[in-house]
Write a protein that binds this ligand. Structure first.
Ligand code: NAD
Length: 321
């Protein structure tokens, strides 16, 4: 069995490696050769923790396994990250445990890769201004991955907690691109691509604030009740997602579906665009929205890539069990 500890991940795997792994597994999902198993998420009644599993199998890459972990709200006081996860991979031929991989950084990288895949396939090719809503832990990963997809000339950002915006401006400095903090009206008017990555439970961005031709990657909503955009905006957009079952239950689409504004049949899995089964954006005026809910197969894809790289670079820890 191979162990790839959390502290090895940063040196081992790049955003580009994660992008390739996530794009491949979304295509496998569209080809019906990869599928996610039902998600388990439980309040365990201890330490206010939410704990669960996301799992699946990709018959193309033979990635089989699960990500286990969750949210421990009091970890910060202990000097630890609140979100904790570990990915377990199993040999699809024998069922033996193949690898245990630290999942914290990989979660941020695979989530950023998902929105970047949506930008590659759905944003207008002439997109120049990137809008960021939210400036928490995930936001810097989102921003870096998005900047790799188009020759953006400017970044505009908004946060309910403006004191966090230094995170986004630091990435802009690193990438030598201008950054400006703006209100939501300006953000919607100026941005060609908008990423939302917050923990909001009420709509932040309204339909009237978004102009034709915008691509939105809504990445924060991954639980029942969360919401980042007005349901009318979701209904006005051509809607894409990683997995329809999650989009309508725990994703951004849950509210538009719940209010009867759209139904699940109108939602397109991004894998269909990657594999050419769906044309994607149909005009420069269309608003496209990617509802990135986060699936277990993304975790298995990036963990498998990390294991392969650890073996190739000679840093995999092997133990006999
Ligand atoms: P974080 O706690 O570091 O940051 C949260 C961000 O949300 C901050 O910018 C904060 O200001 C903002 N925010 C919180 N409440 C808000 C509100 N009511 N209105 C507007 N903004 C608000 O969290 P993070 O690690 O950056 O994660 C952000 C979100 O992304 C979380 O909700 C997390 O569950 C979600 N997430 C999704 C996926 C996925 O695959 N889709 C993966 C990882 C994390």
């Amino acid at each position: 069995m191979i162990i790839v500890p959390e502290h090895e991940i940063a040196e081992l795997i790049s955003a580009a490696d994660c992008f390739a792994a996530v794009e491949q597994v979304f295509a496998s999902m569209a080809n019906k050769s990869a599928y996610n198993f039902p998600v388990i998420r439980e309040a365990i009644g201890h330490a206010d923790a939410l704990y669960g599993f996301k799992s699946g199998f990709d018959r193309e890459s033979l990635a089989l396994g699960l990500k286990s972990g969750g949210f421990w709200p009091r970890n910060t006081a202990k000097g630890l990250t609140n979100h904790q996860s570990t990915i377990f991979l199993f040999d699809a031929d024998t069922g033996r445990c193949r690898a245990v991989v630290g999942g914290n950084l990989l979660t941020a990288l695979r989530t950023a890769a998902a929105s970047a895949v949506s930008i590659k396939h759905l944003a207008r090719s002439d997109a120049k201004v990137l809008g960021m809503i939210g400036a928490g832990h995930q936001s810097t990963f989102q921003l870096r991955a998005a900047l790799d997809q188009r020759p953006f000339e400017r970044v505009v950002g908004w946060s309910r907690h403006p004191e966090e915006l230094h995170r986004l401006s630091a990435v802009a400095v690193e990438r030598d691109i201008p950054f400006e903090a703006v209100d939501l009206d300006r953000l919607g008017t100026e941005a060609d691509v908008i990423i939302t990555i917050t923990s909001s439970f009420a709509p932040i961005l309204k339909a009237a604030q978004v102009r034709p031709g915008t691509h939105l990657a809504c990445m924060g909503t991954d639980t029942k009740g969360k919401q980042e955009t007005e349901a009318e905006l979701v209904a006005a957009a051509t809607l894409f997602t990683d997995e329809i079952a999650q989009s309508v239950t725990i994703g951004e689409a849950q509210h538009a579906v719940g209010q009867g504004l759209i139904n699940a049949d109108s939602i397109i899995e991004i894998g269909a665009v990657i594999t050419g089964k769906h044309p994607g954006r149909s005009s420069a005026e269309e608003i496209t929205l990617f509802d990135g809910t986060g699936v277990g197969l993304q975790d298995l894809a990036v963990a498998s890539a990390a294991v392969d790289l650890a073996i190739a670079k000679g840093v995999a820890i092997e133990i006999n069990v």
